[in-house]
Design a protein around this ligand. Structure first.
Ligand SMILES: Cc1cc2nc3c(=O)[nH]c(=O)nc-3n(C[C@H](O)[C@H](O)[C@H](O)COP(=O)(O)O)c2cc1C
Length: 221
């Protein structure tokens, strides 16, 4: 059905800790030549401010996004250079936005990080804002929905919501870094999670070193 038209991935950033995961996923998608439609929840502005010092503004989203994506997980500015030309931004309160309809062409949606409130809202189909509405649309259209939940410990309620999402066809992907890939920096741990999100979306990347069946292989032993 792709007759040369732009068909983006929707990236939803909700208010769980873990904005570096979102930045890494966004960099990975853009590096792979994918188009991105971005939705940033109201609560995630607080986590973004807390974790990066960046006050994300609807009216200046391109500047704020550029600064965010340039920042390393260790807090260093200008670590990455990421053109954001192929990003389209939709305000979280804009329920008339393109991706709020199933007829708007998208490949699917990646929610990174996903708060437990977001998990609950999507599991119950609340559509309380654009992010949750797009997630509901993604499920009803049987498109790929990846939910990188970040919370610990998990309540029984959240576990039930996650099972409901799994049964509805979503990929539940805990933001849970692994240590077999030879991480030496915080960015490596972040990129591992982001890489697993891109794996679930079948987007090629080189964000982490894959397991090759050899114990200690990541240490060069
Ligand atoms: C600094 C900070 C960190 C937070 N971290 C988490 C978290 O890791 N996981 C989570 O589920 N909620 C976390 N929250 C709470 C969510 O932001 C809150 O539940 C919010 O309502 C989520 O809304 P949203 O899903 O619309 O973005 C955090 C809040 C703040 C201010």
């Amino acid at each position: 059905m792709n007759d040369g038209k732009r068909i983006p991935w929707v990236v939803g950033v909700s208010g769980a800790s873990g904005t570096p995961y979102a930045a890494s996923v966004l960099r990975g998608l853009l590096a792979a030549g994918e188009s991105v439609d971005l939705v940033v929840s109201r609560a995630s502005r607080l986590t973004l401010l807390d974790e990066t010092g960046i006050a994300f503004r609807d009216a200046h989203w391109r500047d704020d996004l550029t600064a965010w994506l340039a920042r390393g997980a260790d807090g260093k500015p200008d670590t990455f250079e990421v053109p954001v030309d192929d990003v389209r931004y939709w305000a979280a309160g804009d329920l008339a936005a393109g991706p709020s309809s199933g007829s708007y062409p998208v490949k699917g949606m990646l929610i990174v990080p996903a708060s437990t409130a977001c998990v609950a809202g999507v599991a119950l189909g609340l559509s309380k804002d654009l992010l949750q509405r797009v997630a509901s649309v993604t499920l009803k259209e049987r498109r790929r929905l990846v939910i990188a939940v970040r919370e610990t410990p998990l309540s029984g309620q959240t576990l039930k919501h996650l099972v409901a999402l799994d049964e509805a066809g979503a990929v539940v992907l805990p933001a849970s870094p692994a240590f077999y890939a030879g991480a030496t920096h915080i960015q490596d741990l972040v990129d591992f999670v982001a890489g697993r999100v891109l794996d679930a979306a079948e987007v090629p990347h080189k964000l982490y070193r894959r397991w090759e069946g050899e114990l200690g292989g990541s240490r060069g032993a």
